[in-house]
Design a protein around this ligand. Structure first.
Ligand code: GAL
Length: 319
């Protein structure tokens, strides 16, 4: 009797397995989404839009928080693989982890769309060596930096608010492992020097995209350099919102005796640009990027081979 039961159970399990394996065509596509951390202003807008859009296309979506820890995210990717998702969308904690993650998803045969943190930018030939079911959807960070610099260069005084003949600036940097931080730092200043403007870096430190750190660093820089500071460049709006608090606390006024630029065009920052409390920002198009990532993910899940890289344009935002 016992033996019979075991046999019946085994048969049921095999049948169950067969049902799952045969599941195909009509079934919703299962998408696993890994975000580097939930506690990030821009990536919060991005992930919410991504989930809503994927669900509107009939996909079943699970979004997980990497909490800024690559080991944790790698575990999450392994869990999604074990679960058998059809496709992964991954915002790496560390861009350099692509070297380890790509072989992992390839071995499991799960197509993967990398978003937001571009791997291999320094050596694009690396792309030729990776599995053709992996691609990147993002934006060219050089463009965002250039736009930030142009916003300052286009001001009537070209950013030299204290009129000493030099644009003395503070640079509040994101996570320096991330190419967005590297390129925004470099290209914002390049746009000034390309416009023939003389620049002087007073202070440059990492704020890891974080508002509280942005506030702290701007306070330190303003305490140290006072009226010498013409411009505070922030690699993102989150840190610039923090810097704005310190600018006000120091009794300074954006547009009158100091300039402030960020990147992302968070809704609250767009309002501040409108209200003359921010010199400008650059739209990091989370809607365009998340929709592109979702469309590509659903296509590769259906068997299409993607292009290597898809980029969405940044847009300059001034009053
Ligand atoms: C950037 C964005 C930052 C931050 C970062 C995370 O593109 O401007 O605010 O979200 O991505 O990697």
């Amino acid at each position: 009797m016992k033996k019979f039961l075991v046999l019946v159970l085994a048969a049921l399990m095999v049948a169950g397995l067969a049902v799952t394996v045969q599941a195909g065509e009509g079934d919703p596509i299962k998408v696993g989404v890994c975000i580097y951390k939930f506690d990030d202003n821009f990536m919060t807008l991005y992930r919410q839009e991504l989930q809503t859009y994927l669900e509107s296309k009939g996909a079943v979506v699970t979004v997980v928080d990497g909490k800024g820890d690559q080991a944790e995210q790698t575990n999450q990717i392994n869990s999604f693989i074990a679960e058998g998702v059809d496709v992964l969308i991954v915002n790496l904690v560390q861009s350099s982890a692509a070297d380890a993650i790509i072989p992992l998803v390839q071995a499991a045969n799960i197509p993967t769309v990398l978003i937001n943190r571009e791997p291999f930018v320094d050596d694009p030939s690396q792309w030729d060596k990776v599995w053709d079911k992996v691609c990147y959807v993002g934006a060219d960070a050089r463009q965002s930096g250039t736009f930030q610099g142009q916003i300052i260069a286009d001001l009537p005084d070209k950013g030299d608010v204290n009129g000493n003949g030099v644009v003395d600036y503070v640079m509040i940097i994101g996570d320096p492992e991330n190419v967005d931080a590297q390129y925004r730092t470099e290209f914002s200043i390049k746009a000034l020097t390309d416009a023939g403007i003389t620049v002087n870096e007073l202070f440059a430190q990492r704020g890891d995209w974080d508002q509280a750190k942005g506030q702290e660093l701007a306070a330190t820089a303003l305490a140290q350099f006072g009226d010498q500071v013409d411009v505070i460049f922030c690699n993102n709006d989150g840190m610039a919102l923090g810097a704005l608090q310190s600018i006000k606390a120091a009794g300074r006024t954006v547009g009158k005796d100091i300039y402030l630029v960020g990147v992302d065009a968070l809704p609250e920052v767009v309002q501040l640009v409108e209200a003359d409390e921010f010199t400008g920002t650059v739209l990091n198009d989370h809607v365009g990027q998340s929709h592109k990532a979702a469309d590509v993910a659903l296509e590769v899940a259906g068997g299409t081979t993607p292009e290597r890289i898809y980029t969405v344009d940044y847009v300059k935002v001034t009053k």
